[in-house]
Design a binder for this molecule. Structure first.
Ligand code: AMP
Length: 276
């Protein structure tokens, strides 16, 4: 496994390489990331994983500085999976000048996560666009854990005519249902025990809707109340159309329920797809 730190070295390494799958990550890898790598390995001849904590996608008030970084352990996990190349660029190589050109995104980027993290998706889409230009992969793999991110990346690739296939993977969870996330390590013991209630409440919504027990709005409201009573700070719990991420309507069949909520100082997101 090659570890490459500069764009120049990366380009020269990839010059004659074909059928590349790209897996973008911010490192601190867990089984969720490894599922993307496995999907990449299955579908391509050469797998590139990037590890880069992207400053463009953090608000000034967010955890850019404390975001867990564990390059050595990450590389060991990737070597065990037979990854071909790890790209760990430095900020000054990716941003030799201030990144003033940013992608302008459609309205969906201002809803859900975008409403609570203004500029987040613009930062994500811009860094992914840069990586796609640098690496020029045949495919790129993203997790459904970041459901809205996956949606926006698909729109970007489609609307900017990238000749790249976007592959997705299901959410990998801990035994109690909590979706794996690098940010889970911010949770203390009690918070970690409580954290699985986010996934539980999403499943409750799915059963309420599929059984016809409640309408969308009531079910969302009850979920917010349930989490709030347990001490969570809820940003949103929203039932949406899978294809558009617009609020679900009664004609829709393929739905997803997306949520973001804070337990202590840690903000968690999760989602569940379902069909009615
Ligand atoms: P991150 O390092 O958090 O930026 O995530 C990198 C990629 O891993 C994104 O495509 C995420 O959606 C994906 N990912 C993170 N956690 C999980 C998980 N628990 N299950 C599946 N994919 C995940």
């Amino acid at each position: 496994m090659k570890i490459v730190k500069t764009i120049t070295a990366l380009r020269s390494t990839l010059k004659n390489v074909q059928n590349i799958a790209f897996v973008p990550t911010m490192g601190n890898l867990h089984e969720g990331h490894l599922a993307l790598v496995k999907r990449a390995k299955k579908n391509a001849d050469f797998v590139v994983v990037s590890i880069f904590v992207n400053p463009l996608q953090f608000l000034p008030s967010e955890d850019f500085n404390q975001y867990p970084r564990s390059l050595e352990a990450d590389c060991k996990l990737l070597r065990d999976l037979d990854v071909d190349l790890v790209f760990t660029p430095e900020e000054k190589d990716l941003f030799p000048v201030r990144q003033e050109i940013m992608l302008q995104l459609p309205a969906v980027a201002n809803t859900l996560e975008g409403k609570f993290r203004p500029g987040f998706f613009q930062g994500v889409a811009t860094i992914v666009l840069k990586f796609l230009n640098i690496i020029q992969p045949d495919m790129a793999v993203f997790g459904k854990k970041d459901y809205q991110q996956l949606h926006i990346i698909r729109l970007m690739v489609q609307q900017l005519n990238f000749p790249i296939k976007i592959l997705d993977t299901e959410i990998i969870r801990a035994v109690d249902g909590l979706a794996l996330s690098s940010r889970n390590q911010y949770l203390n013991g009690a918070e970690r025990q409580e954290a699985c209630h986010l996934y539980r409440v999403l499943n409750t919504i799915v059963s309420e809707i599929t059984s016809g027990q409640h309408g969308f709005l009531l079910s969302e409201k009850k979920a917010v109340e349930y989490l709030s009573e347990r001490g969570w700070g809820v940003d949103y719990v929203s039932i949406v159309n899978q294809q558009t991420l617009l609020p679900a309507s009664t004609d829709d069949q393929k739905l997803a329920v997306l949520a973001a909520a804070r337990i202590g100082t840690t903000r968690l997101i999760d989602n569940v797809e379902f069909t009615i």
